[in-house]
Design a binder for this molecule. Sequence first.
Ligand code: GLN
Length: 308
Amino acid sequence: MGVSDMNLQGVLDDIVAELSPRLGEGRVATYIPALARVEATHFGIALRTREGAEFRAGEAGRAFSIQSVSKVFSLALAMRIHGQDLWAGIGREPSGNPFNSLVQLETEQGVPRNPFINAGAIFVADRLVSSCAHPREALREFVSTLCGEEIHFDEEVAASEAATGFRNIALANFMKSFGRLENPVEPVLDLYFHQCSLAMSCAQLAHGMGFLCADGVNPHDGRQVVSHRQARRINALMLTCGTYDAAGEFAFRIGLPCKSGVGGGIVATVPDRLSLCVWSPGLDETGNSALGMAALESFVSRTGLSVF
Ligand code: GLN
């Protein structure tokens, strides 16, 4: 069955109804006040088909802190600018470790395993600092263009990230000590902390990730964002590395390229068909949204839309 023949609004409504008794499951991130005060009971889900049909349920229009979901945007921008050269300094293997782990960097001489762990995203931020005169604005404008509307940083979140980002500061310094960063750590971390602070809704994220299910073309303006091959590769990295040490479990239960963030958002793509985003701030022990994962599993079993 093609997606246009499916009752996708009914599917999203059914998922909200199915999960409503479980609202509040998991634990919200507490490392900064702006995340700690978010109620665990929020839930939103939105999707956008490749043809442009949009469906929403729950709090799909409410903005939240996208956190590590931003790593997809920064990677896409860096791949667009640097092409194949980007891969000279970063791997493409799952880490099997928590997103902020330092241990592999020591044995692997400061080369991050992949662009979706924090070390990898800091490496990507470094390359964006090298190539953009105003890296923060360049990233914000890139995301806004993908969404077809202005997207903003939450400066309170960005400031808290900087004030409490001891591990990220350590990761950046560690990579710098191996000569892996081209720039001083301060501007690199400034970009990383700001990208984490982007505030977006499920509907905006489903829209902004549309290029990943459309051969790299921005559905909003029809322009090529990244090449078809690059879009395929970003999807591959999301499947294998997008949910950190839970990537195997996500592939097993859901089988879609996914990228999560500690704000409770998860974006997923059904290649060639649709992009979707679910938000529920309660996290499991791997830092992924507990109900977000349940919602995606329910979506796949209700629609049969999975890579596998
Ligand atoms: N700001 C968080 C950090 O750097 C983002 C991590 C995440 O969302 N997984 O630790």
